[in-house]
Design a protein around this ligand. Sequence first.
Ligand SMILES: [Zn+2]
Length: 347
Amino acid sequence: MKDKLGIKRFGRVVRIPSPTGFDVGDINSYLILPKPGSRQLVLIDTGVGTDAAWKALDQGVQEFGFTIADISLLLLTHAHTDHFGQASKIQRASGCEIWGHEAIPESVGNFLPGPDRVDAEKKFFRRLGFTDAMYEKIFEYRHYISDIFEPCELDKALVDGDVIPIDDFELQTIHTPGHCAEEVVYWQPDSRQMFSGDHLLPDITPVCLLDIPDQPDGERVHALGQYYRSANKLLPYDLESVYPSHGDVFADHRALIAGYKLATERRLLKISRILERHGALTPLQVGQYLFPKVWETELYAVSSEVIGHLDMLVDEGYAMAHSDEGVLRFSLVAVPQPGAIPVLTVQ
Ligand SMILES: [Zn+2]
């Protein structure tokens, strides 16, 4: 279990952690207190849709003399359950608007896909070497989640560069896809503060989640490369404080990103060695060699990691993918040397 960080105020920013029930531990919501005379109370991310999370948020807001009904604007960093789970309930209590990136699906949190989508997903996972039983296991959590989370709808779809007017604390939207397609970070230029969502996390490497295309053999987003292009976009910013969705506030995002890059390089090398030793492998087989202990219990995270890295090896010319009776297999072209992948060398 992670250390409890607690409610804490940083100038006009208040961190309010709430329990998620997931392995990641608490999620931080951030409340931006109004300047004197203003009634604009802004919340960034909500926590999950449970009574425990509602209580934690309510208590945090009340500690600073407000109630959830006073919230005037809710900003989402992205549409994962721990970030928007209480959005509809907060909107009902306060009448606030909900804003988030335009890539957020129309009705956020409709977790149960229709039969066509299930069919396409199954075919997609078969291509990666999975059995249908493995597919069922990956998504069995959807039924659980659909019971405890409510869908919500955006009142405004943001795009990269959009400025959010909050009296004298305006935020700029920076689109940082990679962890997921719709992730944004919010940047306050005068005080040089950034709300980093799950894009930059101090204690864990953000997972770039596998994006399943509508067609099983359709074009896949190469999420790991996309993630680093987003991270590189943030390198020029001079940051005073970074407020992550999980873990404590930190300052040196450049050192953090450099650490992620080293870890990615090591993993690319490890996967190359696996391909070198065993020949052409399906993504599932790579996952079994790479994570022998957890591949079975963490199938979705493992496949996201493996596919992300394999795509990067292919994009950079170190591996090749070919289709063999409808199943994708990857084989090694050459083992990458340190410093060989351009997107990982930007400092
Ligand atoms: Zn997330």
